[in-house]
Design a protein around this ligand. Structure first.
Ligand SMILES: Cc1cc2nc3c(=O)[nH]c(=O)nc-3n(C[C@H](O)[C@H](O)[C@H](O)COP(=O)(O)OP(=O)(O)OC[C@H]3O[C@@H](n4cnc5c(N)ncnc54)[C@H](O)[C@@H]3O)c2cc1C
Length: 454
């Protein structure tokens, strides 16, 4: 067998965006062609090496880490085909959403139906982790996918879609990178649109008492709750034909805002009981008045990343949202010194049939909690995490795959009706476990140490 012609780099360190996980791959590759990827995979198989593909390294967990071969897909990012008539686009898998939206879709008068709160992530990274935005009638981002091409551990190219290799497709739409190297993705888009955003301050109880009504009052409803306070911001985004009138940008978009925010939380690390006061002050300064604005969709779906943070985001059955948020509020009242930073982001998604999607089979609410690391300072978050996880697990919560969680296959298997089927497909696609890493061994591992039901 011919040896790998594309040179791998030694001594490279991979660190995720939030600097919460780091690893030293044995060899690091940045391929630009499918042939190069096949060569790397063939070489890895010949030498019994493990392979991990990474997108833009924005997952807050160790999902993209490896000490084997790392294939960085950032340079594998070209447009393959755009079809204006049917509003579809096919791109190489390392394409960043922001490049796809700004440089490809927008000039063709197209847009993605719904996106997450950031766009500097690759299309494959988004698909692999079940990334979501908000909107009760919109699924996770993978539900916009029409076709996926991947390279298996055997070095073979496989295509799957709603009509071809359909089970593989339902697995590949949220695969954690465990099925092979995704090389191309075809997406259903829609004509470019503007959003009318309305932000309205109110109290948590006001929203929870009529939650279904609020959710259905908008195409993309999201709730931002200031922990340790009763204050929330209801944010509605709806399609409009009105002219752009963006009156303000988020405070932390600005240099001063970014540092005020960071400095306040840094200071609070010496006086933990001040977090509630800080959250209340931010709310008063920034959100206590209703706000309306109109802009192109990406500008309002996305907002600034802020600074490095610990986050966890669990998917619960939508009808459990009031119970969970009220229980969390009770816990926060009893623990005023816990660093619960703003905001708790509450989003809604339609259920789907993607095998291990967090929204599988049920309309879902995602609740994202956050603890920042101001100026890199580690602020204790374990108690807050444990309390939150206890609450969501009691109602069948499923963790966001990209975000930090410690669940293992033992706990996860029962939460997904098609778990065994996913594991069978994974075993068939990758019998030697080439695409596994520590994270995947943990989440796919059953009692007997075997991965899935293999
Ligand atoms: C500030 C911030 C905001 C965020 N906001 C949201 C949000 O609003 N909603 C939400 O749901 N998530 C959100 N996320 C999480 C984010 O969407 C996911 O972590 C996403 O996976 C990151 O994409 P990436 O390209 O960086 O992938 P990476 O982190 O590099 O990789 C993620 C996974 O995808 C696999 N993978 C990547 N490319 C390929 C490929 N070509 N073939 C096979 N496997 C591949 C990797 O192996 C890994 O398992 C946020 C993250 C951050 C840091």
């Amino acid at each position: 067998m011919a040896s790998c012609k594309i040179p791998g780099e030694q001594g490279r360190t991979f660190t995720n965006w939030a600097s919460t996980f780091t690893c030293k791959p044995e060899l690091y590759f940045e391929p630009t062609t499918t042939e190069e990827i096949i060569q790397i995979v063939n070489e890895a198989r010949r030498l019994s090496k493990r392979v991990k593909v990474c997108g833009y390294g924005h997952s807050p967990s160790d999902i993209a880490c490896t000490d084997g071969y790392m294939i960085d897909m950032r340079r594998f990012n070209q447009l393959i085909n755009i079809d204006e008539k049917n509003c579809t686009v096919k791109v190489q898998s390392g394409c960043l959403l922001k490049d796809l939206i700004d440089d490809v879709l927008e000039p063709h008068g197209m847009a993605m139906q719904n996106i997450a709160s950031i766009s500097d992530v690759t299309i494959a990274g988004v698909i692999c982790t079940g990334t979501h935005g908000t909107g009760a009638n919109y699924g996770i981002l993978s539900t916009q996918v029409l076709e996926i091409e991947l390279i298996t551990a055997a070095g073979e190219e496989v295509t799957c879609s709603h009509t071809e290799n359909t089970d593989l497709f339902r697995a590949a739409c949220c695969s954690l990178g465990a099925l092979g190297v995704i090389t191309a993705v075809t997406l259903q888009c829609e004509p470019a649109f503007k959003l009318h955003q309305r932000q309205q301050p109110c109290t948590l109880d006001e929203v929870l008492d009529n939650l279904d009504e609020h959710i259905s009052s908008s195409e993309h409803f999201v709730l931002y709750w200031m922990p340790h306070t009763e204050s929330v911001i209801m944010c509605r985004n709806d399609r409009t034909n009105e002219q752009v009138s963006d009156v303000s940008s988020w405070f932390w978009n600005t240099f001063v805002g970014y540092h005020c925010f960071q400095f306040a939380y840094w200071l609070s690390s010496f006086f933990p009981s001040s977090v509630g006061f800080i959250n209340r002050t931010f709310f008063y300064l920034l959100f206590s008045k209703p706000l309306e604005r109109i802009n192109i969709s990406r500008n309002l779906f996305n907002f600034a990343k802020g600074f490095p943070q610990y986050v966890t985001d669990w998917a619960i059955p939508r009808e459990q949202t009031p119970t969970v948020l009220r229980e969390l509020r009770t816990w926060l009242r009893e623990n005023p010194n816990e660093a619960a930073h703003f905001c708790i982001e509450v989003r809604f998604c339609q259920g789907d049939n993607i095998m291990i999607s967090p929204a599988y089979g049920r309309d879902t609410c995602f609740i994202n909690i956050i603890v920042y690391r101001p100026y890199g300072k580690l602020i204790p978050y374990a108690n807050y995490w444990a309390a939150y996880e206890n609450i969501v697990k009691r109602v069948g919560g499923r963790p966001h795959w990209a975000k930090a969680h410690q669940e293992t296959g033992k706990e996860l298997a029962d939460l997904y009706p098609e778990w065994d089927k996913f594991c069978e497909i994974r075993q068939k696609m990758d019998p030697q476990g080439m695409f596994l890493n520590e994270y995947l061994e943990r989440v796919l591992c059953m009692d007997n140490g075997a991965t899935g039901n293999a």
